[in-house]
Design a binder for this molecule. Structure first.
Ligand SMILES: O=C(O)C1=C[C@@H](OP(=O)(O)O)[C@@H](O)[C@H](O)C1
Ligand SMILES: C=C(OP(=O)(O)O)C(=O)O
Length: 429
């Protein structure tokens, strides 16, 4: 496995950057564009490994998906014209692809088998296969459809009235895709409000869906109409440079065209609560996803508490927020974040153990962590554990470490941010 030296210490980060397209929105653009009959075009699409796996899956179903210049062009016969794939649908490392596609396939007319890599094989799927089963889906798989590989025989579905036991946009979205093909009106009640890109994109594709205080209602049988989707920059990718700008002395970093959907922007609330100097300039939205420029400067930070409804609004940013907290005065408590244990890795253990190697004081708890700061970080060899967000957290940690930092298995960063190291270099010139 590759190991690289991270030689970034010291120099301030200055300048501006456009982060790559939002991963969640990119996946959904391919999915809706494949369900809708006709031509969907997508600008700002993220060509990260996870989204490429989504493209592969829909190509196998007979959808044409090609690059034309910087746009992605999707030509689909519509869901009822899909062909049965002659091989498995391979979802790689992508939880979003795996879970959402189960909902899409359940309401299709084809038989398919879905599987991913060794990380996906450990991630819980029952949270999706259970509600889909109640809708009449025929899904079978390992340990009673708890884990991949999963086989799906598409068919006619019935509507569901469902109280979600986990706060998860992936579960909500899988049910919504199935509900679109079901007889009757489905009602989904969220445990906590999670990212609403699926609902927003449904509006763009001409589907009526209502959402009020965590209750979503969707009438089945509506047909999406092919449109153009403009994907905003990914706030979860921007998060690493927001943290770097706040942590490295003399830095000032601007990030442009970042998606500012309020169900995703919890990190901005945390930066403010920690005392970071951050400016948000909204630039409006060309579709239903708001966006704007974020500018951050080196700041002295204080500890904070992160819990409750804030958690789904920043779930993927917690590794880099934990790094920020190691440099903050006082204690930071993160709780209600047990979902971190079932991401690409167990991110509670990974953050505590990997940053611990540099001397950070992080106590893992069942549903989060307690971080005491500030602590000067030293050198060490960190392991991404095949998790892109742990890899990028390590790279940002190297910016403030007193000793040399090495990173094992950096390649996984391409899952969400293939140009990450180029962008980091460009801010240190
Ligand atoms: O719906 C999505 O696009 C995502 C939802 C979140 O997962 P959960 O739904 O499991 O919380 C998030 O962690 C993931 O990176 C992307
Ligand atoms: C959890 C993540 O993605 P997924 O669930 O799609 O693998 C992530 O990007 O941090």
């Amino acid at each position: 496995m590759e190991r690289i030296k991270l030689e970034y210490g010291g120099a301030p980060l200055r300048g501006s950057l456009t982060v790559p397209g939002d991963k969640s929105v990119s996946h959904r653009a391919v999915m809706f564009g494949s369900i809708a009959e006709g031509r969907t075009t997508v600008s700002g699409f993220l060509s990260g490994e996870d989204c490429l796996r989504t493209i592969d899956c829909f190509r196998s179903l007979g959808v044409s998906i090609e690059r034309e210049g910087t746009d992605l062009v999707i030509d689909s016969p519509g869901i009822d014209g899909w062909k049965e794939p002659s091989d498995i649908l391979y979802t790689g490392n992508s939880g979003t692809t795996t879970r959402l596609i189960l909902g899409v396939l359940a309401g299709s007319r084809v038989h398919s088998v879905v599987t991913g890599d060794s990380s996906i094989a450990k991630r819980p799927m029952k949270r999706v296969t259970d509600p889909l089963d109640r809708m009449g889906a025929d899904i079978r798989g390992r340990e009673g459809a708890q884990y991949t590989p999963l086989s799906v025989q598409g068919g006619q579905l019935r509507a569901i009235d469902y109280d979600m036991p986990v706060a998860s946009a992936q579960v909500k979205s899988a049910i919504l895709f199935a509900a679109l093909r079901a007889d009757g009106e489905s009602v989904i009640r969220e445990k906590e409000v999670s990212r609403d890109h699926t609902e927003r994109m449904m509006h763009n594709f001409g589907i009526q869906v209502s959402s009020e205080e965590g209750t979503i209602r969707l009438q089945g049988g509506q047909k999406p109409v092919a449109v153009h989707v403009d994907v905003p920059g990914d706030i979860s990718s921007a998060a690493f440079f927001l943290a770097a700008g706040a942590l490295v002395p003399d830095s000032e970093v601007s990030l442009e065209n970042v998606g500012l959907n309020p169900t995703r922007s919890g990190m901005l609330d945390v930066l403010e609560a920690m005392g970071a100097e951050i400016r948000v300039t909204e630039s409006g939205s060309s579709d239903s996803e708001p966006r704007g420029t974020l500018t951050v400067r080196h700041s002295s930070l204080r500890g904070t508490e992160i819990s409750g409804p804030l958690i789904p609004r920043l779930i993927d940013e917690i590794p880099v927020i934990a790094l920020l907290a190691t440099q903050a005065e006082g204690t930071t408590v993160i709780k209600d974040a047990e979902e971190l244990r079932v991401k690409e890795t167990d991110r509670i253990a990974a953050v505590a153990e990997e940053l611990g190697k540099l001397g950070a004081d992080i106590e893992p708890t069942a549903d989060g962590m307690i971080i005491r700061g500030p602590v000067r970080l030293g050198g060490g060899t960190l392991d991404s554990r095949g998790d892109h967000r742990i890899g990028m957290m390590a790279a940002i940690a190297s910016l403030i470490a007193d000793g040399p930092v090495e990173l094992e298995d950096p390649d996984c960063i391409a899952v969400s941010y293939p140009a990450f190291f180029e962008h980091l270099d460009s801010l240190q010139k």
